[in-house]
Ligand binder design. Structure first.
Ligand SMILES: [Cu+2]
Length: 411
């Protein structure tokens, strides 16, 4: 009985280990993992576009787009004093060759200003063939990464054809794929060998309990032999000599080396692009209807422009609720997360020039649930945020931030 239990237990353990170790294709990478209020109220992405979705190894793709840093930043999230714009990918399948923030070439982290508008451009070169889901994202220090809209990229060709040559500051051409690799492997091997040898030297002798017993029996003098002391002294002397000697040789060979940079880039926001212009929106009440999966916003809209204005889109956490009644410029990106008929307004009439009107905006789609944004109502910070896109009859676009506490409606 006992034996069969043991066998059963071993089999279960083995099964668990096999399950944990067997590789499985990942279909998502945590896009929905962050709390809804972080995704909705920190970095608000829009106008993100990819120059292509299919390319060959060595070809480049350009990602452009904008983001608004929400002024109604959640209290529970660290301020964006150190942030890094990057692209998430399943491993080193692309390399990033250029990155610009507000037109400035940038390689370091930077601070973002609350309420600021930013424009970015990232150039990437395909390295490994396959089909990958990529996202631009902003890493927030102490908070996590807020991902932008994703895009499937298909890379064709041969991985061995990939080249990554750069010209260093002294003019020599190096291949980044292999540069310094042998040196790195050799140094790792060398230190692993020394460390393992020293460990083995002690492990081959009687270990803890025999040594403990000898200590108690007053035989501690025989625990460490004169040879042990000699080897110990040699290591104390040799290891610093090797480190300083190698450093000296490296300095001689590369006299013009610069250390890894730890400074922050100082990048000012663009002239404001959100909440400016003649159209103003103020959310007076927001209610989330749980069974209908609908956010109902009551908004006071003032149209100070010369043309009638209508609400075309509400975007939050990469989900886009679009009003089919309003003609809008086509946007290819993130099509999966677009609710093409998800936005409706209580009145079909546009808001006339000079008019101030209270309207009811309803963003309704199962995407609230599928993207796990409906979890908002169970957060300690039940405020929602997003961007509202309004269009006048002349095609002019106005972008407005939305920010309001949400009242859940369970039935
Ligand atoms: Cu993804």
């Amino acid at each position: 009985m006992k034996k069969s239990l043991k066998t059963l237990f071993s089999a279960a353990c083995l099964g668990l280990c096999a399950g944990a170790l067997a590789p499985e294709a990942a279909l998502a990478h945590g896009e929905k993992a962050l709390e809804p209020f972080v995704r909705m109220r920190t970095i608000q992405w829009y106008d993100v576009a990819w120059s292509k979705a299919k390319l060959n190894v060595n070809e480049e793709v350009v990602i452009t787009g904008r983001f608004h840093v929400n002024a109604d930043w959640p209290r529970g999230v660290a301020q964006p004093d150190a942030t890094y714009l990057n692209v998430s990918a399943p491993g080193p399948v692309f390399i990033r060759t250029e990155r610009y923030l507000n037109g400035q070439s940038s390689v370091s982290s930077s601070a973002l200003k609350l309420g600021g508008d930013y424009d970015f451009k990232i150039v990437m070169k395909a390295r490994i063939p396959g089909r990958f889901h990529l996202h631009p994202f902003v890493n927030l220090h102490d908070a996590g990464s807020v991902v932008g809209p994703g895009q499937w990229m298909e890379v064709e060709g041969d991985a061995s054809a990939f080249t990554n040559q750069i010209k260093t500051l002294d003019g020599s051409l190096i291949d980044m794929e292999t540069y310094g690799l042998a040196n790195g492997v050799a140094w790792h091997g060398f230190w692993i060998a020394i460390g393992s040898a020293w460990l083995l030297w002690w492990v081959r002798r009687p270990l803890f309990i025999p040594r403990y017993k000898m200590l108690h029996a007053g035989q501690e003098a025989s625990l460490v032999s004169p040879l042990d002391r000699m080897i110990g002294a040699a290591i104390i002397f040799a290891v610093p000599m090797i480190v300083f000697g190698a450093n000296f040789v490296t300095d001689l060979r590369y006299p013009n080396a610069i250390p890894l940079q730890a400074a922050m880039d100082q990048i000012d926001p663009l002239p404001p692009a959100v909440d400016v212009g003649a159209v103003q929106v103020k959310i007076q009440r927001a209610e989330y209807n749980v069974p209908a999966r609908a956010m109902i916003m009551t908004a006071l809209l003032h149209n100070g422009s010369d043309h009638p204005v209508r609400v075309g889109e509400f975007a939050t956490a990469n989900v886009r609720f679009r009003n089919p009644a309003v003609i809008q410029p086509p946007q290819g990106e993130g099509a999966v997360l677009a609710a093409r008929e998800g936005l409706s307004i209580d009145t079909a009439d546009p808001v006339a020039p000079g008019e101030t009107r209270t309207i009811r905006i309803t963003a309704e789609d199962s995407l609230w649930q599928r993207e796990r944004l409906d979890g908002l109502i169970r957060d300690a910070d039940t405020r929602m945020g997003g961007l509202l896109f309004l269009y006048d009859t002349a095609g002019q676009r106005y972008v407005s931030t939305v920010s309001a506490p949400v009242i859940p409606k369970f039935y």
